[in-house]
Design a binder for this molecule. Sequence first.
Ligand code: NI
Length: 254
Amino acid sequence: MFIDSHSHIYSEEFSSDREEVIQRAIHSGIHKIILPNIDSSTIKPMMDLADSNPNLFIPLIGLHPTSVKDDFNKELEIMEYWLNKRKFLGIGEIGIDLYWDKTLLKEQTEAFRIQIGWAKKAKIPIVIHVRDSFAEVFEVIEQEKDDSLFGVFHSFTGTAEQASQVIELGFKIGVGGIVTFKNSGLDAVIQQVALEHILIETDSPWLAPVPHRGKRNESAYLTAIATKIATLHNITIEEVGATTTQNTKQLFGF
Ligand code: NI
């Protein structure tokens, strides 16, 4: 049994065959799928999907860094409205993305800090998106760190040293399809990370693992990621499923 700790299955990419994708996930042993939000436009599809099967889906609320524009305060107001309206098990996904646009670093950092504040107040975890921004994200986390701040670095792609820094701060490492990519170097890093610190995720529809690389990703492909981790740690895929399920439940408190 597995938990896909990060999937955007509510997105338009699945509009024509979402039910089949869900069935394939269930048949692959996925019993929970965590749904991080993107921005105000994705809340309705995400919540509709979550409400259609509350046993399977766990929605999160938050503003994604690539959706942080000049009007981000308005977006954050909408996130906060939902945060007060419904019970959420985490804030996500949030963070800093300097790959697409470096000009909004100040705004992204401010939005990140504000949302970290919500998570600390509610004592729920944050799901962090990092892209070309490890130093910037880490600086914010170190400044904000206290007993009520915890979470996961989703789709981790850093070095062994960065993995150690994440673990030292008490955060989890989200491992996705990139660990299966040839020459990513991530396999050697994840081999050194104890399973107790790892969550597994697809980040579907993006980052499909080998042998589906380049295609649309879906939760059923999580088994390819679990298999890779099992090989790297020289354990069974069942052990990967059991421990990462336990880690995910502990982090999100369900
Ligand atoms: Ni994501």
